[in-house]
Design a protein around this ligand. Structure first.
Ligand SMILES: *[C@@H]1O[C@H](CO)[C@@H](O)[C@H](O)[C@H]1NC(C)=O
Ligand SMILES: CC(=O)N[C@H]1CO[C@H](CO)[C@@H](O)[C@@H]1O
Ligand SMILES: [Mn+2]
Length: 529
């Protein structure tokens, strides 16, 4: 195991023991073999802290979302990229998302703020716009005009004064001031914008320069490297996910189907203040675990042995992205355990190599090599072929067709990764991060190993030179597992990395957690039905 991780585990363990007597623990469980799960469980039952849905991490208290700093970063990237944009006459403008109605009725679709807009403003309200003047470095927020009909139903909107206090901006106006300000104060300016989708004034549309590649480049390069505020926000999202994954693992008596796994996760995430999940959760069992983006979540667990859940809470618009696998019976079957250990080996070996300067492509290939080494040991790959030979033939992509991981932040697959989905090499086609790591990137480390008829046909059987290296008799024995993926969110630090997730991936520990849960009656869980 990674040194940093071990130290964190030991530290947290010591801290939590200390706090039993002194005060309540702040966050969820950090599980450690030496303490023993039952011991923690009993203690926790007696002293359990009830989640506070409004809690914010201490470090973030009293701080605004750093919108101004984000605008300055974008400005710097833009000016460095292209001399064409002089600071004295360039500005950026983005109109944020609006509430969108559902056809033929009077409810709205769930609001999801434009991530570029949020990055530059920290504002989650619909119908706003933001203007940043490179010359004065003044950041102006425009709130939607007050719609008095709307006040009847929704109450008073935020006032100009309140908005100026809440957000990190220099000035706040209503949108009815937009044309005047554009006409009077931006003469001779190039005003760059991402798109004109929510710009309703003809006059303003004509002034704006949409879709400029340099602007997207600057925005993406800025979002690529997270500042301390973003890191702490992501850390909170991760903590919520850790607790929710733990809840799922220990609630099998009330999880009879995949949808109830999803229910358990969402319920616990919401209780802790996550107003949304970062993406549709993938909850699968048995052979369905082999479908990479399975979102049906509709099968029963009965008769299966494996579960895979890939779900991440979103907190203040920053997401987490975590995958765990466990045995439904509380005990891994032999094959399931073998594949689990294989994937864990892949993840651990990669973890040791994550640091600034490391090439993600090389780490991705490293994870393939470890997969091949393990599948050779299991006899799935025939022993007369060398590791290098199997790699050259691209045979392992039949079991591990996706990338090692991706950037994560405001979006689950965050911007700036420079993927090439046209890459003819199947090892790299789905790799979403194609550049060296830098300090304060947040990436997922999520290797996997799958047994899926479609993948096997597509990536193996269509290529005789690949099919040749696989022992199909041995392979058959593993099909029922479907697949295993282990995924954690990793912060690249100055000289290494930090795992932002604390939920255990140790198979013994997982067996213990699942078994503890199974030893309870359904009536011991908080359910009415
Ligand atoms: C932008 O900067 C220019 C030049 O300094 C200034 O004249 C103008 O008033 C500013 N406009 C806005 C909207 O901040
Ligand atoms: C879905 C979600 O978490 N949205 C949040 C985005 O950020 C704002 C402000 O920080 C929150 O109010 C939203 O709930
Ligand atoms: Mn992921």
């Amino acid at each position: 195991m990674h040194i940093g991780l071990t130290v964190t585990l030991i530290l947290c363990c010591a801290l939590s023991l200390y706090s039993f007597g002194k005060r309540r623990r702040r966050s969820g469980y950090l599980l450690n073999k030496k303490v023993g799960f039952s011991h923690i469980d009993k203690k926790m039952a007696a002293e359990r802290k009830v989640a506070d849905g409004n809690e914010i991490p201490k470090v973030l208290e009293g701080h605004k979302y750093p919108a101004k700093a984000h605008n300055l970063k974008v400005k710097e990237h833009l000016l460095t990229r292209n001399q064409k944009w002089p600071a004295k006459s360039t500005a950026i403008f983005i109109a944020g998302e609006e509430l969108e109605g559902v056809k033929y009725c009077d409810i709205s679709k769930e609001f999801r703020q434009n991530r570029y807009f949020y990055y530059l403003s920290g504002v989650n309200l619909p119908g706003c716009a933001i203007l940043f003047n490179f010359s004065t470095e003044k950041l102006t927020l425009f709130l939607p005009n007050v719609d008095w009909d709307d006040v009847i139903w929704s109450g008073m909107p935020i006032s100009l004064e309140e908005a100026a206090k809440e957000f990190d901006v220099d000035e706040v106006h209503y949108t009815d001031k937009l044309e005047e300000i554009f006409g009077r104060e931006l003469e001779g300016f190039t005003v760059l914008t991402t798109d004109l989708d929510n710009v309703h004034s003809q006059e303003i549309s004509q002034i704006l320069t949409p879709s400029e590649e340099d602007l997207f480049h600057a925005l993406d390069e800025s979002r690529l490297i997270k500042d301390w505020y973003e890191i702490e926000t992501i850390r909170k999202a991760c903590e919520i996910s850790d607790n929710s994954h733990l809840a799922v693992m220990r609630a099998l008596p009330i999880e009879l189907s995949e949808i109830q796994i999803q229910a358990e996760f969402s319920y616990h995430a919401t209780r802790q203040g996550a107003r949304a999940l970062g993406y549709d959760p993938i909850c699968c069992s048995g052979p369905a675990c082999g479908t990479l983006h399975y979102v049906k979540n509709s099968e029963k667990l009965a008769g299966k042995s494996s579960v895979l859940i890939d779900a991440g809470a979103e907190w203040r618009n920053y997401t987490s992205d975590v995958t765990r696998c466990f045995p439904i019976s509380g005990k891994f079957t032999r094959e399931h355990r073998e594949i689990y250990e294989t994937v864990r080996d892949m993840q651990n070996q990669v973890m040791k190599k994550i640091k600034p300067g490391a090439h993600w492509e090389s780490l991705h290939i490293l994870s393939h090599k470890i997969l091949i080494r393990n599948l050779l040991k299991l006899g799935i790959f025939k022993k007369r072929f060398s590791e290098e030979e199997i790699l050259q033939r691209r045979a392992s992509c039949a079991f591990y067709p996706h990338g090692l991981g991706h950037l994560m932040g405001l979006d689950v697959h965050d911007v700036g990764g420079k993927p090439n989905y046209e890459d003819p090499d199947p090892y790299f086609r789905y790799l979403r991060l194609r550049r060296p790591l830098q300090e304060n990137m947040v990436v997922t480390n999520e290797p996997g190993c799958y047994f899926n008829e479609f993948l096997i046909n597509e990536f193996l059987n269509k290529y005789p030179e690949r099919a040749e290296v696989v022992d199909s008799e041995v392979l058959k024995k593993y099909m029922y597992i479907g697949g295993v993926r282990i995924e954690d969110d990793i912060l690249v630090t100055r000289d290494g990395c930090q795992n932002l997730n604390k939920i255990t991936s140790d198979p013994d520990e997982i067996e213990r957690i699942v078994s503890e849960g199974l030893s309870k009656a359904a009536s011991q869980f908080h359910i009415v039905i």
